[in-house]
Ligand binder design. Structure first.
Ligand code: NAD
Length: 350
């Protein structure tokens, strides 16, 4: 068992502590938060709270730290922990610029310690269901994917709404949905990026975004976060060469329509306001199969199991430095697209 200390005992720090308390691979050595009231809250919950970050770093019994503080502070804490010989998990977004991530990776290599970002949404069952369909090839090759998360409460009024802390929905949710989508496309290179921001409840940072990714060979992904949607679009829509899959929301199974035969002898038209249409009429069971796929089984603690195995040299990190760099380069390109109000064509595909 590895001894873990969580830095930042806020919403996500609490999540890591609860996971550690039930873990088969880490024990919770304690927490440290810059706010004394949060350290007090930890102690009241029966968790040891260190007096300073230095104290954590100077404790030779600590193997691993998880950094769960606002985004602008990730780099300095990660580098200090690596330099002190700790292995480090950092919350997402790992940091705010590619140059900053380069410094963090260099520090991890120099110290010979493992370092990764908490891409916990790789264990979300909706994403895993999509991945399963893509891997099975049962509805052919991807044409395009749409991945959306939409709420109706605006961006939170805490640091997430402020630029200086690395707020905004592209950094907050975008990095998760992007990471998932890139895995669905299995390394296909991106040649063009176009992004627009919402500023409905917040003028300083994006409180929603629409991100279009264009891949070599014509495949496309569309990622959307909204915080002002009183009706939500489906969570996932996957269009492939031999069918379509759809997940309406987190709690639902995947609906699939698989094409058995392209050609139809008879098409029953449907009535529209302007008359009959055959083109847009739904298919029947002669040419398609319709079915549901069970939600996959998933255990997000596999993230910690993998990382602790990597610390012992017994596994490769699931979330690699190469993936972290690519994710952040694409996020940075999306910001560039917003700034110029134009699609960014990548001379060197990403
Ligand atoms: P939060 O505001 O609830 O908690 C942050 C805590 O960090 C606060 O208690 C604050 O006092 C403390 N803090 C700030 N600076 C510190 C420092 N220098 N040293 C020690 N403590 C410090 O925020 P949160 O929602 O817990 O978010 C924290 C991080 O977790 C962010 O990077 C966020 O993006 C990420 N996060 C990830 C997920 C996920 O699903 N992976 C979900 C939510 C948040």
């Amino acid at each position: 068992m590895k001894k873990l200390v969580v830095i930042g005992y806020g919403g996500m720090g609490g999540w890591h502590c609860r996971a550690a308390l039930q873990s088969d691979v880490v024990t919770l050595g304690g927490v440290y938060d810059v706010k004394e009231e949060r350290n007090r809250a930890a102690r009241e919950a029966g968790i040891f709270a260190y007096g300073s970050f230095e104290e954590v770093l100077n404790d030779p019994s600590v193997d691993l730290v998880t950094i769960a503080v606002p985004n602008d502070q990730h780099e300095k804490l990660v580098i200090r922990a690596l330099e002190a010989g700790k292995h480090v998990i950092c919350e997402k977004p790992v940091t705010l610029t590619v140059a900053s991530l380069g410094r963090m990776i260099a520090a991890s290599k120099k110290a010979g310690r493992c370092f990764t970002v908490h891409q916990n949404r790789r264990w979300d069952v909706d994403y895993l269901a999509m991945q399963k369909i893509v891997d099975s090839g049962e509805i052919g090759e991807i044409i395009n994917v749409e991945s959306r998360v939409q709420g109706s409460r605006g961006i939170p009024s805490d640091w997430r709404g402020m630029k200086e802390f690395g707020g905004g929905m592209l950094y907050d949710w975008g990095i998760h949905l992007l990471d998932q989508v890139l895995l669905l496309f299995k390394g296909a290179k991106i040649v063009k990026v176009y992004c627009t921001f919402d500023h409905i409840t917040n003028k300083e940072v994006d409180d929603g975004f629409k991100l279009h990714l264009y891949f070599e060979g014509g495949k496309e992904a569309y990622i959307e976060i909204g915080t002002y949607n009183f009706l939500a679009m489906p969570r996932f829509y996957l269009r492939c060469t031999k069918g379509t899959a759809l997940i309406s929301d987190w709690t639902k199974k995947t609906r699939v329509v698989r094409m058995k035969a392209w050609h139809e002898n008879d098409v029953l038209p449907v009535q529209t306001a302007a008359g009959l249409t055959k083109t847009m009429a739904p298919r029947d069971e002669i040419t398609t199969d319709t079915y549901e796929i069970e939600r996959p089984v998933s255990d997000v603690h596999d993230f910690y199991r993998n990382f602790t195995a990597a610390m012992d040299g017994k596994a490769e990190q699931t979330v690699t430095h190469k993936q972290m760099l690519r994710d952040l380069k694409i996020i940075t390109t999306a910001f560039r697209s917003v700034k110029t109000d134009q699609a960014v064509i990548l001379k060197k595909p990403l």
